[in-house]
Design a protein. Structure first.
Length: 54
């Protein structure tokens, strides 16, 4: 059996994991930016305080 025949079928799994990490980070940043633009009253309506989003 040759070396290339015994390798994993997913050689780019590192790129997939990196893409998932970046996507999760981007969504968290987007959510944080939206919450930061809300007024204190709007945050109170959804049960948050300003110090909880920073």
């Amino acid at each position: 059996m040759e070396f290339h025949e015994n390798r994993a079928k997913q050689p780019f799994i590192g790129f997939v994991l990196l893409a998932r990490f970046v996507k999760k980070w981007w969504l968290q940043e987007q959510t944080r930016r939206i919450l930061q633009r809300m007024s204190d009253d709007q945050l109170k309506d959804i049960g948050l305080r300003r110090d909880q989003i920073n």
